[in-house]
Design a protein around this ligand. Structure first.
Ligand SMILES: [Zn+2]
Length: 94
């Protein structure tokens, strides 16, 4: 199911945006093993990462940024959601 995309205006650069960029340091877990491939009669080894898992532990607050100007608009999911719903009026004080 595809929802209706709402657009809101970035309070910093005034661009019409329908999403934010999310950045966070999250603890990840994966299985790492050596994979062998034969390429031009040579055996090559490389590390293969598989079964990625997000352990839901983060280092700092997440950052929700404008995809156009990269300004950090929010550091909480609740605020980012309210903004994308058009329910949060954002005032830049600086
Ligand atoms: Zn912007």
């Amino acid at each position: 199911m595809r929802g209706i995309e709402l657009t809101v205006k970035c309070p910093k650069c005034d661009a019409e945006i329908d999403h934010l960029h999310y950045f966070n340091y999250e603890l990840m877990k994966a299985d790492v093993s050596i994979q062998k491939v034969i390429h031009n009669d040579k055996v090559m080894n490389y590390l293969d990462y598989d079964s990625w898992d997000n352990l839901c532990v983060s280092k700092d607050d997440p950052e929700y940024c404008c995809p156009e100007c990269d300004h950090i608009l929010f550091t909480s999911e609740a605020q980012a959601e309210a903004f994308l719903r058009g329910q949060l009026i954002y005032i830049i004080l600086a």
